[in-house]
Ligand binder design. Structure first.
Ligand code: PMP
Length: 445
């Protein structure tokens, strides 16, 4: 066994997590959908290493592309220069994104992809009014998670992550998130009248004229606990944004690159946002990369008569890094050459069958699923939907128990998150579901 001194590593989110006090697994290598730690144990990567490694680990074709790029050049600036991979990737993205999204701006994380989108939207609105626009607010969703930078936190809505920084944040309006299992409007399936649709309509009626943009995680609010918006909600928001001249920013950082069963979530409602944010799966978990993609209309909106607004004042040093872009191109090649999205459909069906069977468990209140994105909400009492006491940390315990069965999963409170790589096999889906079932039973029954 290797001795590894862990003293100097500061893990994200540590103090609030119970595992801050515990030794972390140290991962040494990965292969396919599996992770190997320094002690020789192997684990199925049930959450694609934080929703990024869509084809698993050490994918030979992507390894090769990165190595070949490394032999040419690892980094060059995008400031006044361009690189071959960055240029090619922009074209490739435009080819597969919803039609009309044509201008690609790179950055290096999901948070910065959102930050860039906010600045583009704000600047576009200011330019349109010669710097005098009242459209200075952002409308976003309660419980949303858009990243950790100040802008992305400002449009986020998870108290757990954001309350500490509240005095640093810019103000905006938050729309109540649809959550059918615990309807915030007090309804259930029998008497639902789509109050959440009316609510967002009212919010835009009230704040539409002072808003620059509306920010949304399309279809699934991931970090909120895999909350799935009702069918048609995204279309409704798209239409409202058009009606009120608000820019629609779709944050596809989590849902993008196949995870909801289509390449991009927006495809499922056939809508085109004005700006889309991409990260995580864009480079298949190889290197940090993000892209914010917008339309000709918005891009050209910067080219007005006002000098001070003509430049987009944003650019990170590693913007469009050639190694990351080479990985992203190889990722898109892999999707195409291996018919990943086609082969995914029977896997989703199998996963859904297995999940339906799991609903029998005494302490599973609801299972939410779209594609491979899955949230299993644990409750203390199924009939009343009463949650477990927070202090019990049931969700966390389930994840630790699952490790004993060789599976890495995550929890968001008492919602267990499964988000396996698209490359997961049917038997690995069985293993994932069996381990999760056993872990839930052991901890809750
Ligand atoms: N947006 C969404 C929807 C996310 O889920 C995340 C990360 N979980 C982010 C933005 C932030 O991405 P990153 O951690 O790469 O900054």
């Amino acid at each position: 066994l290797q001795h590894i001194d862990r003293t100097n590593v500061w893990h994200p989110f540590t103090q609030m997590a119970e595992w801050a006090q515990q030794d972390q697994l140290i991962i040494e290598s990965g292969k396919g959908n599996w992770l190997m730690d320094t002690e020789g144990n192997q684990y199925l990567d049930g959450v694609s290493s934080l929703w990024t490694n869509v084809h698993g680990h050490c994918v030979p074709e992507i390894d090769k592309a990165v190595q070949e790029q490394l032999a040419k050049i690892a980094h060059t600036t995008m400031l006044g220069l361009a690189s071959v991979p960055a240029t090619e990737l922009a074209k490739r993205l435009v080819d597969i994104l919803p039609a009309g999204l044509t201008r690609v701006f790179y950055s290096d994380s999901g948070s910065t992809a959102v930050e860039v989108a906010l600045k583009i939207a704000f600047q576009f609105q200011q330019q349109a009014e010669k710097g005098d626009s009242d459209r200075i607010k952002f409308i976003s969703m309660q419980n949303a998670y858009h990243g950790d930078t100040i802008g992305s936190v400002s449009v986020g809505g998870m108290d757990l992550f954001h309350a500490t920084y509240k005095h640093m944040l810019f103000q905006g309006e938050k729309v109540i998130t649809p959550y059918c299992y615990r309807c915030p409007f007090g309804k259930d399936k029998s008497n639902c009248d789509h109050e959440c649709f009316q609510h967002v309509e009212d919010a835009l009626e009230a704040h539409g004229s002072t808003a620059a943009a509306f920010v949304i995680e399309p279809l699934v609010q991931g970090a909120a606990g895999q909350l799935m918006h009702p069918e048609g909600y995204l279309t409704h928001v798209r239409n409202l944004c058009t009606r009120h001249n608000i820019i629609l920013i779709a944050d596809e950082v989590a849902v993008g690159f196949g995870k909801t069963g289509t390449m991009f979530a927006c495809e499922q409602e056939n809508i085109t946002p004005d700006i889309i944010c991409l990260a995580k799966g864009i480079s298949a978990g190889y290197l940090p990369l993000a892209a914010t993609v917008t339309s000709e209309e918005i891009y050209n909106g910067f080219l007005g008569n006002h000098e001070e607004f003509k430049t987009f004042f944003h650019g990170h040093t590693y913007t469009g890094n050639p190694l990351a872009c080479a990985a992203a191109i190889a990722n898109l090649d892999y999707f195409e050459n291996n018919n990943v999205m086609e082969k995914l459909q029977p896997k989703i069906a199998h996963l859904q069958n297995r999940l339906t069977a799991m609903l029998e468990l005494k302490h599973i209140g609801e299972i939410r699923n779209r594609g491979v994105m899955t949230g299993i909400e644990l409750v203390q009492d199924k009939a009343t939907k009463a949650p477990f006491a927070t202090a019990e940390k049931i969700g966390h315990k389930v994840c630790m128990e699952a490790r004993k069965h060789g599976v890495i999963i995550r929890n968001l409170g008492d919602v267990i998150v499964l988000m396996p790589p698209l490359s997961i096999t049917l038997s690995e889906i069985d293993l994932l579901c069996n381990a999760t079932t056993e872990a839930i039973k052991t901890v809750t029954e």
